[in-house]
Structure formats: C-alpha cells, structure tokens
Design a protein around this ligand. Structure first.
Ligand SMILES: Nc1ncnc2c1ncn2[C@@H]1O[C@H](COP(=O)(O)OP(=O)(O)OP(=O)(O)O)[C@@H](O)[C@H]1O
Ligand SMILES: [Mg+2]
Length: 365
C-alpha cells in the first residue's frame, strides 16, 4: 500500500472526524442533510453519475446549494476510488483555509466555496454554481485553469482528474473547480507530482490534455486545422504559467531536477510554437500519450465509456501512421516501451475488447 492510502486507511479506522466550514451556515441540520434522497422536497436536481458520491442541487428560501453525499458503497473499487470522498473533504479543508486567508484568497478564487462538510456524516455542502460545462476553449479559460493549478501546485496540491464533468463555466466566463477526489499532496520543490520523482510525465498541462482535451477533440467535429489552433492556445497558456513556475522554483531553491525538467518543458513548448511542423509533431506525440494514459485509467477503474473506444481506435490509427515518430520521440513508455509496430497493434486490439467489456452502465446502480 502506498503511504497516502495507508494514512487515509488509518484515519478511516481511527473513527476521527473532519469538519470544514461553519455549521451555522447550514440551511437544515447536517444530520438532516445526510438523510437527503432524490425524493426530498427541497431537492431541485440530482446528479447520479458519480462513482463515489451523489450530488444534489437543493433549495431553501430561494437560495441554491450543492450537496455532495458519500455513497455507502463506491462504484470504483481501487484504493484511490475508495478514499476519494475522504480525500475530497481533506482538500476542502486545505482550500477553505487558503480561501479564507486574504493573502491567498485571490489565487484560489476559481475553487468553489465549501459551506460545511462532515466526513463521518458523508456530506459536503457548497455554493451552487450557476454554470455550464466547457463549451469553448478560450485563452481566458485556459489561463484561469492553469493559473489555478499553478497556485495549487505551489501549496503542494496536484490535481489528476481535470475531466469535463469537473469543470464549470459561469455566465461571467469564470471557471470553477469543485471536485477534489483525486487531488493529492506533494512537495513541489522536490517532487514532480504526488508520485514523487518517478513519473515526471504527469504535469498540469498533460493532465488537462489527458483528462479533457484529447477526449474533447474526439467528440467535437473539428477539422485537423481547428484542433491544431486550439492546441496552440493550450501550449501558449501553458508557457505563460511555466515562466512563472520557473521563477518560483528558482526563488524557492527547488531541486535541480525539478527546475531542469520544468525548463525543458517550457523549451519544448516554445519550439512547437515557433513552427507549424514542430506543432504538428508535438500534437501527435501529446495526443498519443494522452489517449494511451486515459485508456489505462478507464481500464484500471473498469470505468470505460464510448469515448474510451474512440481513444483506442485513435491510438491504433496513430501507431499505423506515426510509429517511427512515436518511437523516436519517446512516446512509447510504460507498457508500450520497446514494442514493435505489430506488437503495439496486437496489444491495443486486445485493449479494445476489454474496453468494450468494461462499459459503465450510466443508468445502472
Ligand atoms: N458546486 C456546484 N455547483 C453546480 N454544479 C455542481 C457543483 N458541484 C457539482 N456540480 C454538478 O454535479 C456534477 C457531479 O459533481 P462532482 O464532480 O463533484 O461529483 P462526481 O464526479 O459525480 O462524483 P465522484 O467524485 O464520486 O466521481 C458535476 O459534473 C456538476 O455538473
Ligand atoms: Mg466529478
């Protein structure tokens, strides 16, 4: 068991509780909130798609709130899934301190306000955000997202799950983050992410491309040219953040390896921004990597969707078309390392049948 799971397991078994926020702000008692079902008279809307929680939009005296309620049995059985509700309450606790402190509140303005949370009761009560999923990837949106992630990383929080269901945009084009089930602690001066120094490949821009952009592009009807134009915006926004991150790492005497890696990343993105050809190549490499990674995530959680099928089809096409580039540029990593073209094709054909087998039934219990 990894350290984080061990600590969370101990907390779970200790019977200790964790509270966030102010009980006085609850419109009804926390005990009553915990008994909420989709049939409660104050429930306006139910979001039943969550793997570890159910989410309700509730209304009291004309004011809307969001109630996230822990499921008694999580639909994901791996340890990250089993502890994700506890993890979220832990992050809400971290964030509320940062949001309440005038020194840091501005940097965390895109993080939802937690009104009250009680881990043992299994409830998190937040502001209701009147918004919509991301419909347009604008430079403003990307800059809000990446600067929020940068602020999170500076305080030692690494977000893994930037999927489209975890991002909302309100009518002022303000971005909101509200699901922290897969955001973990790390030391930004000595570690790349919450895996320590083992997997530098995982970083904020990669997470966005893996959990959001690569799937989003598969679902939109964009031409290749339009996709590339968006990709350019993403890398431009990332470069701006990397500049700031590098200065911060220098000022805070980060380990050489961390600083070096971050500088290399900025240089790689800058090169891609300088020529169409380099941008094309980076696009191929990043989309291949992101699809490969997301397929594994979905298989691991046995939580595959029709998009997962599209991802495997895309990977198979890319291997067919770009095998040499992928091999030479280091895109064959982890389980793909050292594989020939034929071996890769065989492996992803096998994954295709697994992905079809593990389709989440969205209406099932
Ligand atoms: N504060 C909020 N304001 C408005 N809508 C929200 C808010 N919190 C959540 N939602 C809506 O509820 C959906 C599910 O919420 P959330 O992502 O927190 O949980 P989940 O992903 O369903 O659960 P799990 O973490 O178990 O996978 C979101 O996609 C969003 O549409
Ligand atoms: Mg979510």
């Amino acid at each position: 068991m990894i350290q984080r799971h061990e600590t969370q397991q101990q907390f779970e078994e200790s019977g200790a509780n964790l509270f966030v926020g102010n009980i006085e702000q609850c419109p009804i008692s926390p005990q009553q909130l915990a008994l909420t079902t989709r049939d409660s008279p104050y429930v306006v809307q139910t979001f039943n798609s969550g793997l570890t929680a159910e989410v309700y939009r509730i209304r009291f005296n004309g004011k809307d709130y969001t109630l996230k309620k822990k499921r008694s049995v999580a639909r994901v059985q791996n340890p990250d899934g089993r502890f994700s509700f506890l993890n979220e309450v832990q992050r809400r606790s971290d964030f509320q301190k940062l949001k309440d402190d005038p020194q840091t509140s501005e940097a965390f303005r895109c993080i939802v306000e937690t009104i009250y949370a009680d881990y043992r009761l299994g409830i998190i009560l937040s502001d209701w955000i009147e918004g919509d999923s991301v419909k347009q990837l604008t430079p403003l949106l990307l800059s809000q997202l990446f600067s929020t992630l940068n602020a999170c990383e500076k305080v030692g929080l690494f977000e893994w799950d930037l999927s489209s269901g975890n991002l909302l945009v309100d009518r002022h084009q303000k971005l909101w983050l509200f699901d922290f089930g897969y955001m973990y602690r790390f030391d930004p001066l000595t570690e790349f992410n919450s895996n320590g120094i083992d997997t530098p490949l995982f970083q904020f821009c990669e997470r966005f491309e893996t959990r959001f952009l690569s799937g989003w592009l598969l679902e939109q009807d964009y031409s290749h040219r339009q996709s590339l134009a968006l990709f350019r915006h993403v890398k431009q926004a990332a470069v701006d953040i990397l500049e700031d991150k590098i200065l911060w790492l220098q000022r805070n005497r980060a380990d050489h390896a961390i600083l070096y890696y971050t500088e290399q990343l900025r240089a790689q993105y800058l090169t891609a921004l300088e020529s169409e050809e380099a941008l094309e190549d980076l696009f191929t490499l990043e989309m291949f990597r992101s699809n490969v990674l997301d397929i594994e995530d979905d298989l691991d959680g046995k939580s595959c969707t029709p998009t997962t099928i599209k991802r495997v089809d895309t990977v198979l096409e890319m291997v067919e078309k770009f095998y040499t580039l992928l091999k030479e540029q280091g895109a064959l990593f982890f389980h793909n390392e050292g594989k020939s073209k034929a071996q890769l094709i065989e492996s992803y054909q096998n994954k295709l049948s697994l992905v079809k087998q593990y389709q989440l039934s969205l209406n099932g219990a």
